[in-house]
Design a protein around this ligand. Structure first.
Ligand code: PMP
Length: 586
């Protein structure tokens, strides 16, 4: 073990924890361990109370009312702007534009800057680490303007290849949009090196600070950025509020992004003139309570002290990295020399899908994120479908990380003792005649479904039902590798799923099907579908109320949205095969 031994002294996370009511709740009957801060952070009591007070005592629309309440709300909103200004050391409050979040901030720049400054053959440069929200808006504006999108590649450690950036930079490049801290791998980007390079060719720089701002002080003037975007909800503040910082000189030259109330100076049917900054970019009634809540979230963080937070989190991040990478069977993805906040990993020995790890951790009361983290190109670069991601905030402790590590060790140990050789994925066969398909389990889908619902009703607890589903998945008939191809792949599932169906030999219109997945839980769901549908007539499959069935099994309440979509995708595939069989059999 290479654990860091020195005590963490600068900062008292236990007293910080007391400020966050949710951290003393339970999840799945165990004290909650919240390690999904990259997705969103929890809110301190002061922020929650500020929202309540605002709605109880100050709520009114801003800027337009002559009455006291409206003036109070306006003051709160504009004070929030100044709080944000000081937080990132902007030169002027007019450089702070309130948005819905990082995504909207980037869309604002892509659309407004794009319309004003981009033309055919200009170039926008992003990096291979970007979140989809810093990729897609640029693709969209490139399509509209004829500009080209170029991507700085990343190396095997998940660091940007800066030599390639310097080769890419030319007067054709109009803007470089880059993250400050990668949400999928935790790489910290060396902005101090990049920004002078970008400016030397006359391009502008936008930094996606969504992940960074909660972890360390940010000084937009010192950095020398042209745009800086972040979200309130990742900063201990409400959802639906975010910030775009833009240098005044650049913002002045950009046209409005959206039209509407509050962003105008004068409107006639012939012509409209726009309000000065920042209102030009804030059309319509903004998220007033959100902005006031954001200011309170920032003040909370400032009271704790961002430098102390940075120092504490550095140690905690090292501890998390050491604990996770010391577990036999785990591979950390993203080993950049400078990292913060995030540790991403896969369980390889034995191979357990990231989804299954996430679900099993959830059963232990531990919240982590699994999947591609809205960074599909990063996953492609590492040739993996997704990772398990633990991401920390100032209120996390070594105890949280110990619980995570112990749960992971247990998950791996159980998987090893089960020693499940997933024969399905390795079975090979010489022809379809060798393949075994399950026999029908009852006269019609309804009878089998009733039996399953009864079995499930013996277990009140989702944990037990989950176990039952896993056990069913372990008994799946193998699906030969020859049947796993692009034709049989079911897209839309978070895991890799293949489904092969055919008319059952010797029947008029019955359906046989085999399926497999790299995710344990999905194999269980396949087993359920197979029990109900395999060997049944196409007509009865199409008539079956599958959603009602899933509801009665409790799947609707407990499966994530992604999983439910995947399940719906499989059902859709089965139904479409049933339709085909019917159309051929007449
Ligand atoms: N960029 C990064 C690096 C992120 O992590 C996220 C959120 N996961 C976003 C952008 C988008 O933020 P939001 O959904 O709050 O707009």
């Amino acid at each position: 073990m290479t654990l860091v031994a020195e005590p963490i002294q600068t900062f008292d996370p236990l007293s910080v924890r007391k400020d966050f009511p949710i951290l003393s709740t339970e999840s799945r009957g165990k004290p909650l361990v919240y390690l999904d801060n990259g997705a969103t952070t929890q809110k301190p009591r002061s922020v929650i109370e500020t929202l309540q007070t605002y709605y109880e005592k100050q709520n009114a629309n801003i800027h337009r009312g002559v009455y006291q309440l409206s003036q109070l709300a306006t003051e709160g909103y504009e004070k929030a702007r100044r709080v944000v200004q000081r937080f990132i050391n902007a030169a002027d409050p007019a450089e702070i534009i309130f948005t819905r979040g990082t995504t909207e901030s980037i869309n604002l720049v892509a659309n407004s800057f794009g319309r004003a400054f981009l033309k055919q053959d200009d170039e926008i440069v992003i990096s291979g680490l970007e979140h989809h929200s810093n990729i897609v808006p640029w693709q969209m504006i490139c399509q509209q303007t004829g500009a080209r999108l170029r991507v700085i590649p990343i190396n095997d450690r998940g660091e940007l290849q800066l030599e390639t950036l310097s080769e890419m930079l030319s007067p054709q490049v109009k803007l470089v949009a880059i993250t400050h801290l990668s949400n999928s791998l935790g790489t910290v980007i060396p902005l101090d090196q990049i920004i002078p390079m970008v400016h030397s060719v006359g391009a502008k720089i936008l930094v996606d600070g969504a992940q960074w701002v909660a972890h360390a002080p940010t000084d937009v003037q010192h950095l020398g950025v042209d745009f800086y975007a972040f979200s309130g909800h990742k900063l201990f503040s409400p959802t639906g509020i975010g910030v775009l910082y833009g240098r005044r000189e650049v913002l002045e030259k950009m046209p409005p992004y959206q039209g509407g109330g509050d962003m105008i100076e004068q409107v006639t049917f012939e012509k409209t003139t726009y309000a000065p900054l920042p209102n030009k970019f804030e059309a319509g009634t903004p998220n007033i309570a959100g902005a006031i809540g954001l200011a309170r979230g920032i003040e909370y963080l400032q009271n704790v002290g961002l430098s102390a937070v940075r120092a504490y989190e550095k140690q905690l991040h090292r501890y998390l990295t050491d604990r996770v990478q010391d577990i036999d069977g785990i591979r950390v993805i993203g080993t950049a020399r400078e990292k913060a906040g995030v540790v991403s990993f896969v369980v390889e020995q034995p191979s357990i899908s990231h989804h299954d790890v996430g679900v099993m951790l959830d059963l232990e009361g531990i919240a982590v994120r699994t999947g591609h983290h809205c960074c599909q190109p990063v996953m492609d670069r590492f040739n993996i479908p997704g990772t398990v991601r633990a991401s920390i905030a100032l209120y996390n402790t070594r105890q949280d990380i110990d619980r995570l590590a112990e749960a992971l060790e247990k998950i791996i140990a159980v998987a090893r003792t089960k020693n499940r050789t997933r024969s399905g994925s390795t079975a090979t066969t010489t022809g379809l005649q060798d393949v075994r398909f399950p026999d029908p389990e009852g006269d019609c889908p309804e009878t089998v479904a009733e039996e399953l619902i009864e079995n499930f009703s013996l277990f009140d607890d989702w944990k037990d039902r989950y176990q039952l589903i896993i056990e069913m998945g372990e008994k799946l008939l193998p699906m030969p590798v020859e049947l796993k191809n692009e034709m049989t792949r079911v897209h839309g599932c978070q895991s890799t799923v293949h489904l092969f169906a055919r008319k059952r030999p010797g029947t008029v219109d019955s359906l046989d099907f085999l399926a497999d997945s790299d995710a344990e839980l999905v194999r269980g769901l396949i087993a359920i579908l197979q029990k109900v549908f395999s060997g049944q007539s196409a007509r009865s499959i199409l008539a079956f109320d599958v959603n009602g069935f899933f509801r009665k099994l409790g799947l609707e309440d407990h499966l994530s949205m992604g999983r439910r979509n995947g399940l719906a995708g499989m059902v859709e595939r089965i139904r479409s095969h049933a339709n085909q069989i019917l159309s051929v059999s007449g």
